[in-house]
Design a protein around this ligand. Structure first.
Ligand code: AHR
Length: 618
């Protein structure tokens, strides 16, 4: 039955299926991959642009056919669309959901048999292959910074126009805006309007509100269409002093770029739709290519009249010309050190991927010291490498050296760990794990598996002080357990991510702690393994008397699980080499890189360790 429908879908012409121009026309025999695209609606200009981008990119790939479905903003219709597309026997589903919560079950259903790329609005959980979307919180923060720039030292009143109530982009953009404005208590968000992303709704609602609120200085709308609607309302009410900020930055008539050029908007931000990337990654997945992340966040760019004038000179970091064929790319990589099994696997993956791609790799081991990494980066600048990549041992203190790299015109890619810098133009792209989520996963596993209302006393072995994974894992873990008052962290110390320190720290804790320890949460496997040794020496049975949970899921952890000494390990994938090298090549070929790429990761409890170990590379 499915085979029949698939053949029918392949044979269909552009007018036959779900949308006016429903599938890219090409000979059925050429088509190897049938992809379904379920779009939330085709009324918002940004979604029209996304669909057009998908079509344009798909046209470049003769072996792919896309079937398009427009849900017309109806959740139930989109659920039916997904089922219908699945019935056609598609090889991969791309979906941009109307409603994240309501679409989660059907996406999960599709993902159980087919790869799924979720675009723009994420679904809940992790039951999909890849998410591609804008960094909504960042968009909100950047809009907030423009409010501050426009007001300067003056105080001010802001009206916020939100998209759809409760949807992730609405919440995240608002959160980002509020975070930035909270630093200026003299600037107040005096009112919020919800306009469902639509120009006319914004116009009607704003017309009403500005009559009631005469003192509004700036209107921040979560998209350009609503900003334009608000501008029309203000003009109708003769309120000429208000400034408008939007998001989307689309080209074309009444797109954000034109609105900035005409002085309607003071600023907007490009919000890449991800349509093109979705098609490229769909093909990569269907061809089983390596290095596919779990989440990709695309970089927004600020559009003001000044930036438009300057952009004739080129976007910062974007290469004007692809690299000339035959020229060897030189990559400088400053590694943290060799502190853990994870790090060793990470180094191996980077070296192997560089060598496979024919890239010249200048590799420096920082021996876990920031000054060594800084010296390595300076050396790369002196040697005029094409790209610098590094995994920062700690989050702060990089401003000066990264500014030197920027001044030398060398882009910097952050691999594995991020930096804490106000100026994010100092780095190009980040790829690695979601450390906060890893911490949450560890805590969720603990709570779900201990299933007790009795008290649970936990020892936490933290990673290197000031490093991104140590900071974020602690945040994620605490965020979850704070909802369970019977779970308490009774001791939290750094073991610097090494086995030796894990052993020493745990030994110290055991010698002075007279309470029973119920669980140990170690920020990596190596420290857990060291702690296991210390517990055994103290006559305890780790994995039995004490639940031990760690992060990384390297071979050492599996060995400990098979011996019954470790209870669970949360994956932190070190195999970043292929992804890093792909990013370096993409950059060198003139492509814009995502701002963040997050790796796919799982949870491995001891109960399934033997099976999970099969085929693991690290
Ligand atoms: O940054 C990733 C962390 O660094 C790994 O979890 C840890 O093992 C490593 O040393």
């Amino acid at each position: 039955m499915i085979r029949g429908l698939r053949l029918a879908a392949l044979a269909m012409t552009a007018s036959a299926l779900l949308l006016p121009s429903c599938s890219n026309s090409r000979e059925a025999n050429d088509v190897r991959f049938l992809v379904g695209f379920s779009q939330a609606n085709l009324t918002e200009p940004w979604r029209i642009a996304m669909t057009e981008e998908i079509k344009a990119e798909a046209e470049l790939h003769p072996d792919m056919r896309i079937i398009y479905a427009d849900a017309a903003d109806s959740t139930s219709r989109q659920i039916d669309d997904v089922r219908r597309l699945m019935d056609y026997g598609i090889d991969l589903l791309i979906i941009s959901p109307t409603d994240s919560h309501a679409l989660t079950p059907v996406v999960r259903e599709a993902y159980s048999s087919t790869p799924v790329i979720v675009l723009d609005r994420a679904v809940e959980g992790y039951d999909y292959s890849l998410f591609i979307g804008p960094d909504n919180e960042r968009l909100g923060r950047e809009a907030g910074s423009v409010v501050i720039e426009l007001l300067g030292v003056r105080s001010g009143s802001v009206l916020e126009i939100q998209g759809r109530s409760g949807s992730p982009p609405t919440l995240l953009r608002s959160q980002g805006l509020r975070e930035v404005l909270s630093k200026r208590p003299d600037i107040k968000i005096v009112d919020t309007v919800v306009a469902d992303w639509l120009r006319d709704t914004a116009e009607d609602k704003v017309a009403e509100r500005i009559r009631a609120r005469p003192g509004i200085d700036i209107i921040v709308a979560q998209n350009d269409a609503m900003a334009f609607g608000a501008w029309r309302a203000a003009r109708g009410a003769d309120r000429n002093g208000i400034r408008f900020i939007g998001i989307d930055g689309l080209p074309g008539p009444t797109g954000g770029i034109e609105l900035v050029q005409k002085g309607v908007l003071s600023a907007t931000f490009t919000c890449p739709t991800g349509g093109k990337e979705a098609v490229i990654y769909a093909l990569d997945m269907l061809q089983h290519k390596e290095g596919i992340p779990k989440k990709i966040f695309l970089r927004p760019r600020k559009v003001t009249s000044a930036a438009l004038a300057a952009s004739q000179k080129g976007v910062p970091y974007a290469r004007e010309e692809p690299i000339s064929p035959g020229r060897r790319i030189v990559l400088g990589f400053a590694q943290v050190g060799a502190e853990s099994e994870w790090r060793v696997a990470n180094t191996k993956s980077i070296k192997a991927a560089a060598s496979k791609a024919g890239i010249e790799l200048l590799f420096e081991d920082g021996r876990q010291r920031q000054e060594n990494q800084i010296a390595a980066i300076r050396d790369f600048i002196r040697r005029k490498v094409d790209v610098i990549a590094f995994s920062p041992v700690v989050e702060s203190g990089w401003e000066e050296v990264l500014r030197e790299a920027k001044e030398a015109g060398i882009p910097v890619i952050l691999s594995d760990r991020s930096v804490d810098l106000k100026d994010d133009s100092l780095w190009l792209s980040f790829m690695g794990s979601d450390f906060v989520e890893e911490g949450r996963r560890a805590a969720r596993w603990l709570v779900e598996n201990m299933r007790t209302t009795g008290s649970v006393d936990i020892v936490e072995l933290r990673g290197t002080i000031g490093s991104a994974p140590a900071i974020d894992r602690m945040v994620g873990f605490t965020e979850v357990i704070q909802d369970y008052p019977n779970y308490r962290i009774i001791d939290s110390e750094s073991g610097d991510f090494t086995k030796l320190q894990g052993y020493e720290v745990m030994k110290g804790i055991l010698s002075r702690e007279d309470r029973k320890i119920d669980a140990v949460f170690a920020h990596n496997d190596d420290m857990a393994i060291g702690a296991i040794q210390a517990m055994e020496e103290a006559g305890l049975k780790p994995g039995k008397d004490v639940v031990v949970i760690s992060i990384d899921a390297a071979h050492g952890a599996f060995k400990a699980m098979l011996e019954g000494k470790l209870s669970c390990t949360i994956e932190c994938n070190p195999l970043l080499g292929p992804q890093l090298i792909k990013a370096v090549q993409d950059y060198m070929n003139g492509k814009d890189l995502p701002i963040r790429m997050i790796t796919a990761e799982g949870v491995f409890p001891s109960a399934t360790a033997r099976k999970d170990l099969i085929g693991r590379e690290y």
